[in-house]
Design a protein around this ligand. Sequence first.
Ligand code: DGJ
Length: 761
Amino acid sequence: MAIKFHESTKTFHLFNKEVSYLIHILDNGHLTNLYYGKALRDKEDFTYLYDTYTAVNLPICVPEPGSIKLNYTRQEYPVYGTGDYRTPALTIFQQNGSFVVDFKYASYEIYAGKREIKPLPSTYVESEDEATTLEITLHDEVMDTDLVLTYTIYENYPVITRNARFLHKGSESIVIDRAMSASVEFPDMDFEFTQLSGAWARERYVKNQKLEMGTHSIQSLMGTCSSGEQNPFVALKRPDATETQGEVYGFSFVYSGNFVAQAEVSTHDITRFMMGINPEGFSWKLEAGETFQTPEVVMVYSNEGLNKMSQTYHRLYRTRLVRGQWRDKSRPILLNNWEATYFDFDEEKLLKIAKKASEVGVELFVLDDGWFGARNDDYRGLGDWYVNLEKLPSGIAGLSKKVEELGIKFGLWVELEMVNKDSDLYRAHPDWILHVPGRFDSHQRHQYVLDFSRKEVVDYIYEMIAKILRESSISYIKWDMNRYMTEPYSVIANPCDQGRVMHKYILGVYDLYERLTSEFPEILFESCASGGTRFDPAMLYYAPQTWCSDDTDASERVKIQYGTSYVYPIVSMGSHVSAVPNHQLHRITPIETRAAVAYFGTFGYELDLNLLSDAEIETVKKQIKFMKAHRDLIQIDGDFYRLQSPFEKNEAAWMVVSQDKKEAVVGYYQKLNKVNGSWMRLKLQGLDSDTLYEVSYDISPIASYDAKIAEAYGAQVDDSTIRSYKAYGDELMYAGICIDREVLNKKGGDFSAIIFNVKAE
Ligand code: DGJ
């Protein structure tokens, strides 16, 4: 049993081989946190870890003669109004106008396994012995409301998940204005706050800040597309923690809507971290008998640095958050027509691209935006999910069949949550968008947000898209969402229920995903939102992969994929080789470098292969062969290690090592080339010290160098293409591999890359 209740000391101990979490019931019925960190052996009494502090004259929250001062108490779920002056986890407005609540311990339940929190997505178990769950019920007598704090500890991961649930029984209704999913307190402030922040086309850059007294927070108020600006993830790391050593506490929120995550350091150095639905614009009224469930926070503890934290998230999310037939399978190599054609295509053009794709070994052709309604540009058509027969006379049914006749599968783009005003759907239902009557309706990319808090809207969209899926041969869906939300107001909701709209909207999105993935379990879904602006764990529950970014430049992608890898599995990152000059940055990078980055993701192409030279086509064939041979290792089996950060240096590197440590693939990337530069060594990770490996890498010049240029750079075309040598794992990890500048020159100099294969003898 990984959770014990020590009756005599009123202490819960959640523990496994790697992590311990201790909760103690105080004399006033509140819960205090005694410890969260590296595993401790279990024993009856840990109460010495409760530090009382009586020196200062502050309100005492316990019947005399006690001395509990909540402002100095590390609490499990702090509230407002009873002597704690820090940010509360909870605010409830009552009919007498008061916000003061007092939840006291009532009972607990410990059970094997983990329960779902439907309709919200969450991590799961496949058998009861994988995890143990503790539910602590607290009760507020005046309101007659239960608060259930749920903690699940996984048996084989340093993972504790948390959520909170309210059950209101009292006859007078209450309004929840703030309800965090988790609040955790540490006795010191010796942390850096690591966040993944950015914007469209530069999503999830790694940012660090030392904690100071006061509050540091990140949030989203964008309604749904939160994660490009501020991903719902924070790591509190010790300042001396690195990728490979030191303490790190990860917090990841399984939610796609408005959120807040904050660390507050008190003037006595206690750090309080909390995460939950953003209280701004949120309020949820509960009548007697009604419940409210908060989303899940997944907490990962690592005392082996950031890499170990990320590897834990990767394995947990890949196997116990992602569901369905694609969970354990490597992904098809696709070609997406977006950057190849944008809106300018017809059936003939698409089939020409698909044919070439099939010839080089691509397995899936994806038709992106522009196939429906009057969608010839981004001013019109969204909402009209029926095919544009002028462009595609055989319909999606006919086109998908023709693509399959080429020997590859067919996939389709949709943007189901949106509508253009120039559409049949909007003309028929102008009140179906989120808007406030009498005010201006803000738009982005000329599109408006359908009110997914309304069931009839979700039902209608479901029927429209399900019809296409039923009639055609579709193996993949890219579900896009291209704007932030405004005017969060539903015309059918009561004035006092408007605070529910944003959360209900997200529940509507989850509902539509649930219905579509249930009816079409064989379809591989990829979520997307203007690139990677909705890359969050909740999306992975429905769609096992997410388009990482609209920035497809290889060098920029190293940063984006590096940051994304803090939480999200490699197999979940949509990554394509696109055309040059790059459409976002106008930068030219070798096709070899573009693939070397895209290998560490789902891998695909987003260009018209008919426009490539013969040499480039041969290179593409080699790349596809390489990916087919290595995708099980990179996407499913392997552990990912970040070796060198692109945020710190000109050079970046990462690698994937198989579980049995017999094979690894290493990606090395540089931005600008250097002349007469110094030597470079790259120390590998995760190998077996005693195993003899062969290290090999392709040293042939890039395809875009014709023979003359190659020669001028000293890159003889008749060079033997593969260089290799043998070394033991300890050599590769402690001495490192040499990075050959001559090879970087042959690989294009600026924005070049080398892929190393490491294989046990
Ligand atoms: C944004 C996506 O990120 C792109 O890949 C593409 O699908 C466009 N939307 C289409 O409008």
